[in-house]
Design a binder for this molecule. Structure first.
Ligand SMILES: C[S@@+](CC[C@H](N)C(=O)[O-])C[C@H]1O[C@@H](n2cnc3c(N)ncnc32)[C@H](O)[C@@H]1O
Length: 220
């Protein structure tokens, strides 16, 4: 009898809502210590940043504390956004306006940002593992990836950047041909587990290094 492990439905909102009911923090792929130096090479601190699919990552807090004071994080799960709003109130003082300083949060479907964010209004979009989640599941994954590309292209100013942190070395290849022409790209491999030799009775066995990939896409 074949034993199969069910793959979580990362492309389904219900999966994430259920997960956030009992998970208070989790960092996908890399943490801010790894990402911020790459971001800071390309994006000035006074930039207007949008984080796509923030989950309960602490990236926005760490980026804010590093000097990125205009950062809006989006997720389609109401429960995780409420948790992050509560955490912001806990961490940052409330200003004269009654609004706490610190990063901002909004419930939003990033595949439908047209009703909320003006065209060409954002200096930088950051996606840490969210396109990976959107790319899971059924045959419509290419449709969803390209819908996200159009959404992000619309909100960014020309010449500004979209950072995509991914497990995949071929994520950009999945863009439609016309979408590929809309971006300059640099791919930075991030080594997360160096190659290693494990000794066995048959001698050393070499395990390959593991990489994640940071796509730095510049809107043409
Ligand atoms: C793999 S997690 C990454 C979370 C976070 N960026 C991190 O690095 O820890 C994917 C996140 O994207 C969110 N997400 C997936 N599809 C979305 C959509 N269409 N609109 C908004 N958020 C979405 C999920 O709710 C989840 O929080």
């Amino acid at each position: 009898m074949a034993i199969t492990a069910a793959t979580p439905e990362y492309d389904k909102k219900e999966y994430w809502v259920n997960r956030f009911e009992h998970e208070s923090s989790f960092e996908w792929l890399v943490d801010a210590k790894t990402l911020l130096p790459i971001l800071e090479e390309h994006v000035p601190h006074d930039s207007k940043i949008v984080q796509l699919g923030c989950g309960n990552s602490s990236l926005a807090f760490d980026a804010f504390d590093a000097g990125y004071t205009d950062i809006l994080s989006l997720d389609y799960c109401e429960n995780v956004i409420q948790r992050m709003v509560d955490e912001t109130r806990r961490r940052y003082p409330v200003g004269d306006s009654g609004v706490p300083a610190g990063p901002r949060w909004r419930v939003m479907d990033i595949l439908a940002m047209q009703d909320h964010l003006a065209p060409g209004s954002i200096d930088c979009a950051v996606d840490k593992c969210t396109m990976d989640a959107i790319a899971c599941g059924d045959d419509a994954q290419a449709t969803r990836i390209n819908a996200l590309e159009r959404q992000v292209h619309r909100i960014l100013k020309p010449g500004s950047h979209w950072f995509v942190l991914s497990y995949s070395s071929t994520r950009f290849d999945e863009f439609a041909p016309e979408a590929k022409d809309r971006w300059d790209k640099i791919i930075v491999p991030i080594e997360v587990s160096p190659s290693d030799a494990v000794s066995t009775s048959a001698g050393p066995v070499y395990q390959p290094a593991i990489y994640y990939y940071c796509y730095i896409l510049r809107k043409l």
